[in-house]
Ligand binder design. Structure first.
Ligand code: GLU
Length: 320
C-alpha cells in the first residue's frame, strides 16, 4: 500500500509555509490514490504547545483537507523508539554523550555554519563505552559513516549528501528521555507503513540521516522523498514571525475564505489559478510546475489576501 503522512509539529498555529506543504502533500495523495495518515509530532520538547494540535487539525479541515488514519500522537507510546535506541546501542551504532553544545563547538576545528546543526567532530568520539541503553539523562549519538548517502528526490533530483560533513554524529536520543526527531520519524514512518515522504526542503539534508538510520536498524522499504521549496520572507530567511503574521487563523478571523488562501498557495506552486478550493487545487496541481527556488512571501501577498473583494465566481457566500 502506498501511504503518506501529514506530520505537523504542534509548536504553534499553522502558517502559510506549513499550509503549502500540507496542501501539496494532500493533493498528491488524493490524485495518486495514496492513503493519508495524520501524525502529531509532539516530541520537540519545550517548543511544543499541547493545545496547538487541535487548532492545526481544525485549520487543515477549514482548508478542505482530510485524512484516512489518525491523528496518531508520538508521545502516546515511547516504547517503539526505546526499542530502536536499545538496538542501536547494543550493536555499537550509537554512543552516550554528555558534552554540551558549547563544548562541541569549542572542539570543532572549522567554524560552524547555521544556528541549528553543530557538527560533532569525529575526534570527540569516545574510545569505549557501555553498549547498553539506559533511559538515563544522557544524549545518545549515532555513529555516522564517512561516505555520502545517495538518494533521489522527486523535486530536486539525484542527491549526494554527507551527514558526516554536515552534522557528524547526530543525536538520536535526547537527555530529556525522548527520541530526537531523526530517530522518531524513521521509527514511525516504518511502523506506520509510510512509503511517501513529502515535506519542506529544509529537511532535504535530513533525508540522508534518516536513510542511515533505516539501514542501521535493518528497516525497509525506504520511503520515496519529495521536498518542496522553502517559503521565505523578502529578506531571504525562512518564513517567520518577523515577516508578518501569516497564520491561517488570522486570515480566517479576518473573514478570508480558504479559496483565497489556496489561490496564493497555488501561485507558489506555479499555477495561475485565482481563487480555488482544495479539490480544484488537487485537479490543477502538477509537481513538475513547482519551482525549485524558494518562494517569497511578500507584504503584497498579505494585502492581497486580506483586501476586501467579491467572493469568487460560482460560489455563493452563504454556502459556508
Ligand atoms: N514535524 C515536522 C515539521 O513540522 C515534519 C517532519 C517530517 O515531515 O519529516 O516540520
Amino acid at each position: 500500500m502506498v501511504k503518506t503522512r501529514l506530520a505537523p509539529s504542534p509548536t504553534g498555529a499553522l502558517h502559510l509555509g506549513n499550509a503549502r506543504t500540507f496542501l501539496v502533500n494532500w493533493a498528491l495523495a488524493r490524485r495518486r490514490g495514496w492513503r493519508i495518515l495524520l501524525r502529531i509530532e509532539d516530541l520537540d520538547g519545550p517548543r511544543v504547545k499541547p493545545e496547538a494540535a487541535a487548532g492545526i487539525l481544525e485549520t487543515l479541515r477549514w482548508l478542505g483537507l482530510d485524512w484516512d488514519e489518525g491523528p496518531l500522537v508520538q508521545s502516546d507510546d515511547l516504547e517503539p523508539y526505546r526499542a530502536a535506541i536499545r538496538r542501536l546501542a547494543e550493536e555499537g551504532r550509537a554512543f552516550p554523550c554528555s558534552l554540551t553544545r558549547g563544548q562541541i563547538e569549542a572542539a570543532a576545528s572549522a567554524p560552524q555554519e547555521g544556528a541549528h546543526d553543530v557538527r560533532y567532530p569525529r575526534e570527540l568520539r569516545p574510545r569505549a563505552w557501555e553498549r547498553r541503553f539506559e533511559d538515563a539523562a544522557t544524549n545518545w549519538r549515532f555513529l555516522v559513516p564517512e561516505r555520502p548517502v545517495a538518494f533521489v528526490d522527486a523535486v530536486y533530483g539525484p542527491q549526494s549528501v554527507s551527514p558526516a560533513a554536515i552534522v557528524g554524529d547526530f543525536v538520536v536520543w535526547t537527555k530529556r528521555g525522548v527520541p530526537a526527531y531523526q530517530l522518531a520519524v524513521v521509527v514511525d514512518d516504518h511502523r506506520q507503513g509510510v512509503t511517501e515522504v513529502v515535506r519542506g526542503a529544509d529537511l532535504l539534508d535530513s533525508a540522508a540521516r534518516q536513510l542511515l538510520l533505516y539501514r542501521a536498524l535493518g528497516l525497509g522499504p525506504e520511503p520515496s522523498y519529495t521536498h518542496l521549496p522553502l517559503v521565505i520572507g523578502p529578506d531571504g530567511s525562512r518564513l517567520a514571525k518577523r515577516h508578518g503574521d501569516s497564520r491561517l487563523d488570522r486570515y480566517r478571523a479576518l473573514g478570508v475564505r480558504p479559496e483565497r488562501v489556496i489561490g496564493l498557495l497555488a501561485r507558489w506552486c506555479g499555477l495561475e489559478a485565482g481563487e480555488l478550493s482544495a479539490s480544484e487545487f488537487r485537479e490543477a496541481f502538477e509537481l513538475a510546475r513547482v519551482p525549485r527556488e524558494p518562494v517569497v512571501f511578500t507584504p503584497e501577498d498579505d494585502s492581497a489576501l486580506t483586501r476586501p473583494g467579491p467572493p469568487p465566481r460560482g460560489t455563493p457566500p452563504q454556502a459556508r
